[in-house]
Write a protein that binds this ligand. Structure first.
Ligand SMILES: [Mg+2]
Length: 371
């Protein structure tokens, strides 16, 4: 196994994604650390096919842990939701960013510290479980404000948080995701609400969820994972968190990340593997191979074009070797590797052109270039 954190710097290392996986990811790794929103479900509903795929993943011998930056619900509630969707889980299989925040605050301020909890019930429940005392108002002189996602968070709670922080409470955010995925597209996430408080107080919050590696590390500890694989839909939390925890990563496109965002990723946001959804755990992943003039993945080739642009071409191989089934993303894998090879140390928007109908159709499907 050499795919962990491949290509973290420039030099002669191959870019992320180039190595692929010659065996299914279920064989190459022992535990999948799955993000939830945008990976297992979007809103209340499962990502189509994913519960069945995760049953297959378990059948193949891989264990599952669930690591969510969503602080609103308790691990018990999350496990019940997962089980209802067909993914059996217990509270011990789930780690929430509320638990991470409570642990950090208890370490920082000592058990018995008073906190003002802003967010869904998960925030206060985790705080009490960690021995913290939950108060309701700034006048109760909290030592910290712990802020996590909650649909019912409104002006009154944000105002209470602002007063408490101005009076000296430490502002702790369970996570800084600006958005959450929904069937209607991205909606305000905890990061956006945390931004309201910090914009008024002028004080940056302490952020305890992903990409801080504490949650992944806790999940590795609980499961005894030897070769963990982080599965997520966000670059700045799941993928960066995987790298900081020293784990390999699989980006799925069932959540908030689109092709243009992926191509523009800075080095620490570049995943090791890519698939349409978490069913990609069950498959092999093709390598992206350089041939001097360009990069090939499966039946797709990417060559340099004018200026900084890249040209995508569908060019089936003349080989009689059985090729792994194309999941529709081989061309995008080749584009990523070609673009990242040009930009080993920084993120940059990619300019992409398609040569021929199949290439333009593919680009249109990914919302890129002249498709
Ligand atoms: Mg997510």
């Amino acid at each position: 196994m050499t795919d962990t954190a491949a290509g973290t710097s420039g030099g002669t290392e191959l870019p992320s994604l180039a190595g692929g996986s010659p065996t299914p990811l279920t064989e190459a790794h022992d535990v999948a650390l799955l993000d939830l929103d945008g990976v297992v479900y979007v809103g209340p509903d499962a990502v189509p096919g994913v519960p069945e795929a995760l049953q297959g993943v378990r059948h193949a011998g891989m264990r599952l842990g669930f690591v969510t930056n969503n602080a609103a619900r308790t691990p018990e509630d999350v496990a019940a939701h997962l089980t209802e969707l067909g993914v059996e889980a217990t509270a011990a299989d789930v780690i929430t960013s509320s638990q991470a925040a409570a642990t950090v605050v208890a370490d920082l301020l000592g058990p018995g510290a008073r906190i003002l909890a802003v967010g869904g019930p998960g925030v206060a429940t985790a705080a009490r479980a960690a021995g913290l005392v939950v108060v309701e108002r700034a006048e109760d002189e909290p030592d910290a404000v712990v802020q996590g996602y909650g649909r019912e968070v409104g002006w009154a709670q944000l105002a209470e948080a602002v007063v408490a922080v101005r009076n000296g409470a430490r502002h702790v955010a369970t996570n800084a995701d600006a958005t959450i995925p929904s069937p209607r597209g991205p909606l305000p996430g905890n990061g956006a609400m945390v931004g309201v408080v910090s914009a008024v107080t002028g004080r940056p919050p302490l952020i305890t969820g992903k990409p801080d590696p504490a949650m992944h590390a806790e999940c590795v500890r609980r499961t005894g994972a030897q070769r963990p694989l982080v599965v997520g839909d966000r670059l700045d939390t799941d993928i960066e968190g995987a790298r900081r925890a020293g784990a390999a990563s699989l980006l799925v496109l069932s959540g908030v990340t689109d092709a243009a965002t992926l191509l523009a990723a800075v080095p620490q946001h570049r995943p090791d593997h890519l698939s349409p959804d978490a069913a990609g755990l069950l498959t092999v992943h093709p390598p992206v191979v350089g041939d001097g003039a360009g990069w090939r993945c499966g039946d797709w080739v990417v060559r340099p074009a004018e200026a900084d642009a890249l040209l995508l071409v569908h060019e089936p191989r003349q080989s009689d070797q059985a090729a792994p089934a194309d999941d529709g993303l081989d061309g995008l894998r080749a584009l990523c590797v070609a673009h990242w090879a040009r930009h080993p140390d920084d993120g940059s928007d990619a300019q992409v052109l398609g040569d021929g109908r199949p290439a333009r159709d593919a680009l249109r499907e990914w919302g890129l270039g002249n498709g």
